[in-house]
Design a protein around this ligand. Structure first.
Ligand SMILES: *Cc1c(COP(=O)(O)O)cnc(C)c1O
Length: 403
């Protein structure tokens, strides 16, 4: 058995089978490159679902982590630490909101936004107790907690995990009439991804989010944008909602907030919501806002700003999709995306097999929902590296067709 086979059979034996990974066992990574246990090198075209926007082990982020590890790692929120205030000052200045609330994983940030919206509804909108409604979209992905999977429309995420939390209504994505029709007097929020990443990089029509903002404002409903995957430069702006000049009431963030080295998540909102929703003791997390998280997230934001990674993502993404569209193949249905978040959709459910073939050619990417491959390399990738990747992608697709 090869080393790879040994590692994989071990995982099959001792780990719950809740993933179906591409069969590469990675042991090292730097920048856009990953190396497996056999010494094979790959371009990372997934970036841990956009958690590694800054590139693997960015020296400034690793340095911040090492320096903080020598001083203080955890106090819990029972005591203050000297990192959270300065970090939230940076985050609120960056985003233009009054306050932030820190958690660890994306799902927790979404849960926090749901709790905030409900409390705001009861305290500020006089919604009767336990009647708050939150509108969500078909094909959403907001995480894996029991409440969140309860309003998923993906049977794989949801089946067998009921009973599900009430208080959510599902409408089609990219349909503003459906949004306006679904709003009633008890509606407290509309929760939406500016681009649906997990659904296969679904980019809504021009101006969708802007119209959602107008409708929610008109009906005194909070607009919650889940920017956990689209945030921190991925789509060519610091946050994807900026493309529509939209200011959501709450932004949920995570993934690249921790620079690919540490789980960090949170929400930002103004006092009107934060002060109505939260009081000492009604929400929290042992690790939320810990000094390691704050030091790392602070460096992670600095890297995105200093290296102009959002602007780079825009430029490189346009180039990448332009090159992909030149691939002449009947099996390609459409190429879509924004910044360095790209979906390549095929006419048949061949995306997993193609991902495995790409691995053999030195590219690590992952299919989503069978027909689409998501390409989301670290934002530090160069034009030449992208051009090289496209050549390999074209070759693999060409082989598939026998062309
Ligand atoms: C990944 C993701 C989440 C969940 O984040 P976790 O850290 O895996 O809990 C939520 N929303 C969106 C849009 C995501 O892409």
């Amino acid at each position: 058995m090869s080393k790879t086979e040994q590692f994989i059979s071990e995982v099959d034996r001792v780990s719950a089978h809740n993933y179906h990974p591409i069969p590469a066992v990675i042991s090292h990574a730097e920048g856009i490159w990953m190396t497996d246990v056999e010494g094979n090198k790959y371009i990372d075209m997934l970036s841990a679902y956009s958690a590694v926007n800054q590139g693997h082990r960015h020296p400034k982020i690793i340095k911040a982590m090492e320096e903080q590890a020598k001083k203080l790692t955890l106090t819990s929120r029972a005591f203050h630490n000297d990192q959270m205030g300065p970090f939230l000052t940076k985050l609120t200045k960056l985003t233009g909101y009054d306050k932030g609330l820190m958690m660890n994983t994306g799902a927790e940030a979404v849960e926090t936004a749901i709790k905030a919206a409900r409390r705001w509804g009861y305290n500020k909108k006089n919604v009767p107790a336990n009647k708050a409604k939150i509108i969500v979209c078909e094909d959403n992905f907001h995480g894996r907690t029991t409440t969140i999977v309860g309003f998923s429309t993906d049977p794989l995420c949801q089946t067998g995990f009921g009973p599900y939390t009430p208080g959510f209504e599902i409408i089609p994505y990219d349909d503003t009439d459906a949004l306006e029709n679904a709003i009633d007097e008890n509606t407290v929020a509309f929760l939406v991804e500016p681009i649906q990443g997990e659904a296969g990089v679904k980019v809504p029509s021009e101006g969708y989010l802007k119209r959602c903002r107008e409708i929610t404002k008109k009906h005194n409903v909070l607009l919650i944008c889940d920017e956990i995957q689209t945030g921190f430069g991925r789509t060519g702006k610091m946050f994807c909602s900026e493309w529509d000049n939209v200011r959501p009431d709450i932004i949920t963030m995570g993934k690249a907030m921790g620079g690919g080295v540490y789980p960090v998540s949170g929400i930002v909102a103004d006092d009107e919501i934060m002060m109505a929703a939260f009081e000492p003791g009604n929400h929290g997390s042992t690790f939320g806002g810990n000094p390691m998280a704050c030091a790392i997230a602070s460096a992670s934001i600095d890297v995105i700003l200093d290296e102009h990674l959002a602007e780079r993502a825009h430029e490189m993404g346009e180039f990448f999709r332009g090159e992909l569209r030149k691939i002449d193949s009947d099996s390609i249905k459409i190429v879509r995306g924004r910044g360095l978040l790209t979906g390549l959709e095929f006419n048949t459910p061949c995306a997993h097999d193609i991902s495995v073939e790409l691995m053999k050619h030195g590219i690590l990417a992952k299919d989503t929902h069978g027909t689409t491959i998501r390409f989301a390399p670290p934002l530090v990738i160069t034009k030449d590296e992208l051009a090289g990747a496209v050549e390999k992608i074209a070759k693999v697709i060409g082989n598939l067709n026998g062309k």
